[in-house]
Every structure is written in C-alpha cells, then in structure tokens.
Design a protein. Structure first.
Length: 251
C-alpha cells in the first residue's frame, strides 16, 4: 500500500474495502463500514476546531488508520500480521458470528493495540501528555456513535436490543469490551510506549499483541450459553452480508 497522508485518502481506501466486501459478501466489510463513520466524524471534528491541534489529529488519524489498512492488505496477500488482527480477520470465514462480534473483534485489535501505538508515534519528540485533551475528544466522538451503531444493528435484527437487555450473560460479554475501557487501556499503553527505549518498542508491542489477541478470544469463543444466544441472534439477522454492510455504512 502506498503511504497515506490525509484523512480523505483513508476514506478512499475504506470505500474500496467496503465495495469489495459487498461484491464478495465478505463480513470484513462490517468493520470497514463502522470505521468509515468514525473517520468522517474525526474529519468533521477537525474542520469544526474540536481539537487543540487539528494537523496533529489528522496525522494521528492517518497513522492509526494505516495500521488497520496495512493489516487488511497484508491479510489479503496471506502475509504475516499481528495476532490481534489475525484473530479479527479469521472471524470473517465463519458463518456463525453475528455482526456485533465482527465489530467488537475489529475494535479489540484496533483500539487495544493500534490506538496506543499511533498515539505514541505521533507524539515522538514531544510530551505525550500534550495529546491527552485531543485523545479524550476522540473518545467523545466515538461515544457519540454508540447509539447510532445500535440503531444500525437494530435494522439488521430489530429485537437485538431486547435480547441484550434480557440476557445478563450477553450483557456482561458486551461490558467486557466497552469502548470506554478499551480506550482507557489504549492511553495507558501509549504512555508506556512513549517512555520505552527505542530498541525495546517492538518487543513491547509484540507482548501487548499477545495479550490483546487473547482478549479477543472472549469474542470468538464467548462460552456455551452466550454462544447459543448469539446463534439465535445470527439466525434472526436480516439481509445478505452486502445489505448489512449498507445498513452499517448508512447507505
């Protein structure tokens, strides 16, 4: 993949992944559709001066997105990628995971691993604490999307919200992967990386990758009871993979 320098280039790549996924009826398009929404919200935030440092935020967004895009294209070529993304992409070959699982496994790799790396990288040579306000603003933007995503999922299976409220096991499954907790961990990891000697950064990332991939197994193998409930949800999902991608994209 050629180096990316702007958010618009990120969106172009995401559009291409979404289109290919729809053509192939590939669940990999679910996360790409969600990520497109996030990227557009960040772009709007920069344009509306929601960040202390707009140019730095665009660099962060590009570094962050490039980790996902690099992993995606490498996976297509069957080249080595992080264990976290391998877990996420492998899920696309399984019929039974529901849309929400595909989204959560992508979020696990991208937020728990990639976000901290991107934040540390964009802060090289500077005090990473100067990034904290803008990092928190991203959190707010992401949180604003939660209800929107729930509504999109409700289009795919209208009774999903009721099932999640009625079933404590599934509710706990979701709480374990709440975006807020994931982002808090991402900031902590970013600070740790920024204070890690250059020659030990790769080892630190590899260690983190193992932990994040292990955490992802809670999504791919949630246990018998939750698995049965999710199977019922899967059978009730409406539409083809392509149509569900459109629902998530908002088109």
């Amino acid at each position: 993949m050629e180096p990316i320098h702007t958010i618009d280039q990120v969106i172009t790549h995401l559009d291409a992944i979404i289109l290919k996924s729809q053509d192939d009826n590939n669940p990999l398009g679910y996360f790409a559709a969600l990520y497109r929404k996030v990227t557009i919200k960040v772009k709007e935030g920069i344009a509306n001066n929601r960040f202390d440092n707009g140019p730095r935020m665009e660099r962060l967004d590009v570094i962050f997105a490039s980790r996902y895009l690099d992993a995606y294209y490498a996976y297509q070529k069957q080249e080595p990628i992080t264990q976290s993304w391998q877990e996420a992409f492998n899920l696309s070959t399984n019929y039974w995971p529901i849309v929400l699982q595909h989204l959560l496994i992508g979020m696990n790799a991208h937020i728990n691993l990639d976000l901290g790396i991107a934040a540390a990288e964009v802060s090289k040579g500077e005090n990473i604490e100067d990034l904290k306000n803008d990092f928190d603003t991203i959190n707010t933007i992401l949180s604003d999307l939660v209800m929107e995503v729930e509504n999109d999922l409700a289009k795919i299976w209208p009774t999903l919200k009721k099932i999640l409220k009625w079933t404590r096991g599934v509710d706990n499954f979701l709480v374990d992967f709440s975006m807020e907790l994931a982002r808090d961990g991402a900031w902590k990891f970013a600070v740790e990386l920024s204070n890690t000697p250059e020659d030990k950064i790769n080892a630190s990332i590899a260690e983190r990758d193992v932990k994040v991939a292990k955490k992802g197994k809670v999504i791919t193998n949630p246990g018998k009871i939750v698995g049965i409930i999710l199977g019922i949800v899967r059978l009730g999902e409406r539409g083809t993979v392509s149509e569900k991608i459109s629902d998530l994209k908002g088109v």
